[in-house]
Ligand binder design. Structure first.
Ligand code: ACM
Length: 751
């Protein structure tokens, strides 16, 4: 008899008996209709799986595979003894991707009209069977199908490359949540990731780059990689067996630097400076508009189409700044010859020409919402990223659209505020923020809503250097997207979602996923009272569950005090806290010691940014191997505030600083980045009390930090002051490169 290993988190969840009895407690996304019946069905190694048609056998195979990978129970399709069994049955007349799952004491039957429906029925049965030890499902009838046909995730493999193995794991995680569109961003300024046989330099040159480092820092090793056509064929087949269509993106006419570096004749004649391919931001390098360039693009697309059999081909169209087109006599001459009025219309003409090409190959063009500007064929589908306005305009003009608005569906944003977060965009997009997104906005009429194919979350990887970080930024927020895309609106309920999320994450853990635990981790907000030498601490977590805590250094348990109101703590005190569902502790513990140093310390995530023009959480460029600091800063205005800094008795300030490259293409906005002039060659950190225009109370020369590519501690005595003040931290410099950034500030009391 195979052993059902109860993973730790699931075991905890199961200890909440009231939850485990609910027929829907184990299901994510929530099905349309769940009706409990009498009896229960237990699977054993002798249970037969009955499947006859090709689709039935494929779906059965996936079900058996999921069960095997998560529970070590190996069922054989078509085998087993007579009696209780799991049947996959095809029936005519059901909607696309829909299924009916009936569990009785004698077995389970999944009925659907297509492979996807059979597959999803298997996923649901797998969730029911793994909701408790013993591979037992309560009898139930589930009638289910998706709210939207497009339930997508985008992975940017251009800015940072992920291995084919990782991409296949991601497909597993998507499929287990009934996500069905994998938008694969394969080309961009920083990398060309798809082998094109006819143009080998695309990957020979375009797939590799040396990451940016600060002017005085050591050079970092080359990074990059690409997917061979064989690997892509394997991934596409793997996705198809999991009811996922891959939508490849070949970005044009902008985000084209990798291609232009490889084949300069595709560009406008402006030579890219060396190393520029490791910048982030919006580049000016566009394809030119010569016939030869379209021949190149069509040849590339022909190889792409041969690899990706799906209906949609994404051709980008975003962020194509037209400076080089304006400045190029050749582009201007062609524009005039074509009788095209301006560069926006030229982009429309460009996209329409590619659209017609795709039409001849029987495919549909999809592009970012910029492709609406200047007009586009009605057959084009719009991916609305600049809010949902693009989708509204698209729908009004008769186009289909996918909702993918920044920032709420941009998973490259930090998902919480703590120091544990991987680098990303600074503005926080929490799990609850994603779950609260409404894919049927009231700004659309019912007729316009018909054009909304669904929604998609995007994982851009400028700042996600490792696969672990990509996974933890995507999950668990991708599960909120899955439920928004699949489940009826009436069933949306954040507390219920969080309860069902926990066992689902545990299952995904068996499939190799390490999700972020930030949504569960308690966060402490503190207010220090210097007169009383006490600290008031408020606890909360994003999952909005119970929080329990201890003050004696022990691990919180179900018997620990339940947090209800701010804690009034004497110094020193060690506070440990965890989220709880019922009696089970959730992952992501808070463990923090409040002492006389900690209440006078702020790391970068605890400081306020003076502004959030382009707020980024950026990784240090050193050391090349091992842990690096991460700095939260506004690259357009590096400036931090320590609110209500307790200055009584403080005799010195320590600042941990790092220097990082300014590797951002932000066009003319760079001229808006201003610094006070430096007094020493490397500049100085400056501290002002009473805000950024207040009295300057400390100057810390950066010279001693210049030779250290990692974090350097600067220290300077300050004159005695009383009370509390907002301290403002800025630095002097001759220009934006390198950027200096604060890792932490410590106020040091005198002895
Ligand atoms: C995009 O974020 N540039 C689509």
């Amino acid at each position: 008899m195979p052993r059902f290993a109860v993973p730790a988190l699931l075991a905890i969840w199961l200890s909440a008996p009231a939850l485990a009895q609910e027929p829907t407690a184990a299901l994510l996304p929530m099905p349309q209709s769940v009706v409990a019946q009498q009896g229960r069905f237990t699977v054993s190694a002798r249970t037969a799986i009955l499947a006859y048609s090709d689709d039935e056998r494929r779906a059965a195979q996936r079900f058996a595979d999921l069960l095997g990978r998560t529970t070590n129970t190996r069922l054989v399709t078509g085998g087993g003894a007579a009696g209780a069994g799991i049947a996959f049955r095809t029936a005519a007349g059901m909607r696309t991707e829909s299924y009916r799952l009936e569990v009785t004491a004698n077995g389970a039957t999944i009925t659907a009209s297509d492979f996807a429906g059979l597959f999803y029925g298997g996923v649901t049965l797998w969730q029911l069977l793994t909701a408790r030890p013993g591979l037992t499902a309560e009898a139930v009838i589930i009638e289910d199908g998706p709210r939207f046909g497009w339930r997508g995730l985008m992975l940017d493999s251009a800015r940072h490359f992920q291995s084919p193995e990782f991409v296949m794991r991601l497909i597993d995680w998507m499929a287990a949540n009934k996500l069905n569109r994998f938008h694969w961003h394969l080309t961009d300024d920083q990398g060309w990731r798809i082998q094109i046989n006819r143009y080998p330099r695309l990957t020979e040159i375009g797939a590799w780059r040396t990451p940016a480092s600060a002017p005085d820092a050591p050079t970092l090793p080359q990074t990059g990689g690409y997917y061979t056509q064989d690997q892509i064929r394997e991934i596409v087949a793997y996705a198809r067996e999991r009811a996922i269509e891959i939508v490849p993106e070949i970005d044009m006419p902008g985000h084209a630097l990798a291609a232009v570096r490889a084949y300069p004749e595709l560009g406008t004649g402006v030579e890219p400076p060396s190393g520029i391919e490791s910048d982030w931001g919006v580049f000016p390098y566009l394809y030119n508009v010569e016939d030869g360039t379209f021949i190149f693009l069509e040849n590339v697309l022909d190889e792409v189409l041969a690899l990706f059999p799906g209906r949609y081909i994404h051709i980008g169209g975003d962020e194509a700044v037209k400076d080089q087109w304006r400045a190029s006599p050749q582009v201007q001459a062609r524009m005039r010859a074509l009788g095209i009025a301006d560069e926006a219309a030229l982009q429309s003409w460009f996209m329409a020409r590619i659209g017609r090409f795709l039409d001849t190959r029987g495919r549909r063009l999809i592009g970012w919402d910029e492709i609406l500007e200047g007009g586009i064929p009605a057959s084009a589908t719009i991916m609305s990223w600049r809010g949902i306005d693009g989708a509204v305009h698209a729908a009004r003009a008769g186009h289909d659209a996918v909702l993918s608005p920044a920032p709420v569906l941009y998973l490259n944003h930090r998902q919480a505020g703590g120091p544990e977060e991987p680098p990303g965009r600074g503005q926080i997009v929490s799990l609850a923020d994603v779950y609260a997104f409404d894919p049927a906005p009231t700004s659309l009429t019912p007729a316009e809503q018909e054009h909304i194919l669904g929604l998609q979350a995007n994982m851009w990887t400028e700042h996600a250097r490792t696969e672990e970080r990509v996974a933890s930024m995507m999950f668990p927020r991708a599960l909120a997207v899955a439920e928004l895309g699949w489940s009826p609106r009436a069933s949306h309920d954040y507390a219920g979602f969080v309860r069902r999320l926990v066992p689902q994450l545990e299952r995904l853990g068996s499939l190799g996923l390490q999700p972020s635990v930030s949504a569960f981790r308690p966060v402490a907000a503190e207010r220090f009272d210097p007169a009383a030498n006490r600290v008031a601490v408020t606890l909360s977590n994003q999952a909005e569950t119970d929080v329990r805590y201890t003050l004696d250094g022990s691990m919180p348990t179900a018997a620990s005090p339940l947090y209800a109101a701010p804690l009034d703590l004497a110094l020193p005190t060690r506070l440990r806290a965890a989220g709880f569902l019922g009696t089970g502790a959730l992952p992501g513990e808070l463990d923090h010691s409040f002492d006389s140093a900690s209440v006078r310390r702020r790391d970068d995530t605890q400081l306020e940014l003076c502004s959030e023009n382009i707020a980024l959480s950026l990784e240090d460029d050193a050391p090349a191997e091992g842990e690096r600091a991460v700095f939260l800063t506004d690259i357009q205005n590096p400036c931090w505030i320590y609110e209500d800094a307790p200055l009584d008795g403080v005799t010195a300030i320590e600042i941990d600083v790092g220097q990082i490259p300014f590797n951002f293409q932000i066009g003319r906005d760079i001229e808006r980045i201003r610094f006070r002039p430096p007094a020493t060659p490397a500049g100085e950190m400056e501290v002002r009390a009473g805000g950024c225009e207040g009295e300057r109370i400390a100057v810390l020369p950066l010279g001693s930090a210049v030779g250290n590519p990692a974090v350097t501690r600067l220290r300077v005595p300050i004159a005695a002051r009383r009370g509390q003040a907002d301290l403002c931290f800025t630095y002097t410099a001759n220009g934006p490169n390198p950027m200096w950034a604060i890792d932490a500030v410590q106020l040091v009391p005198g002895s």
